[in-house]
Ligand binder design. Structure first.
Ligand code: E4P
Length: 216
């Protein structure tokens, strides 16, 4: 499974990229707003850090507006993937954009049926939101299982991005079901690196080493 980072913070993106574990970035309007910077500027800077798909989201609600925004965004860099909301207008935009060779990531997917429609329209990626489903007492990982099964049944080449990830288990569970990608917030990425036995092991190795040096 590939890992993307789910942030618009360039410092976090640099650290994750230097660790060699991520190969793409996803942003959304809320994440960009948190940075208090000009949208295009942030997106351009991200393309200079990570050499992989960078999702940037449109804010129009009508297909014409989405297509206009998508064309402008795709001029920023060849790695830009245009994030489009899962609506009927969004699907219309996805169809046009995929015919024009502009990759799309259909976002705010909460059912297997929505994921299937997005794939049919020509989306390169679909983003089912795991955490937001868990928040309303639905099983987000179950949705990942359903979509991976359906896409496998029909050899659908749209890649599934497990999004709205809240903790490390979301990542490993999505991986167990063969999800192609998980887009992970920086905090969760750091949580994934940690294990108390690793820290304990390092402490013990150093203690034993110092004791042996002092006894020589
Ligand atoms: C990424 O594609 C999504 O926009 C993001 O994962 C949503 O996460 P949230 O539900 O934590 O806002």
């Amino acid at each position: 499974m590939k890992l993307f980072i789910d942030t618009a913070n360039v410092d976090e993106i640099r650290i994750a990229n230097d660790m060699g574990v991520i190969c793409g970035v996803t942003t959304n309007p809320s994440l960009i707003a948190k940075e208090g910077r000009v949208f295009e500027e942030v997106v351009r800077e991200i393309t200079h850090i990570v050499d992989g798909p960078i999702s940037a989201e449109v804010i129009s609600l009508d297909s014409e507006g989405m297509i206009r925004e998508a064309v402008e965004l795709s001029k920023i860099h060849k790695n830009i993937v245009v994030k489009v909301p899962m609506t009927d207008e969004g699907l219309k935009a996805v169809k046009v954009l995929s015919n024009e060779g502009i990759k799309t990531n259909v976002t705010l997917v909460f059912s297997a049926g929505q994921a299937l429609l997005a794939a049919k329209a020509g989306a390169a990626y679909v983003s089912p939101f795991v955490g937001r489903l868990d928040d309303i007492n639905n099983d987000g990982i179950k949705l990942i299982e359903e979509i991976t099964n359906i896409f496998m049944n029909y050899d659908i080449d749209t890649e599934i991005i497990a999004a709205s990830i809240r903790h490390p288990m979301h990542v490993t569970e999505a991986a167990k079901y063969g999800c192609h990608i998980a887009t992970v917030p920086f905090k969760v990425l750091m949580q994934l690196t940690k294990h108390p036995l690793t820290d304990k092991g390092i402490e013990q190795f150093l203690k034993d080493w110092e004791n042996s040096v002092n006894n020589r």
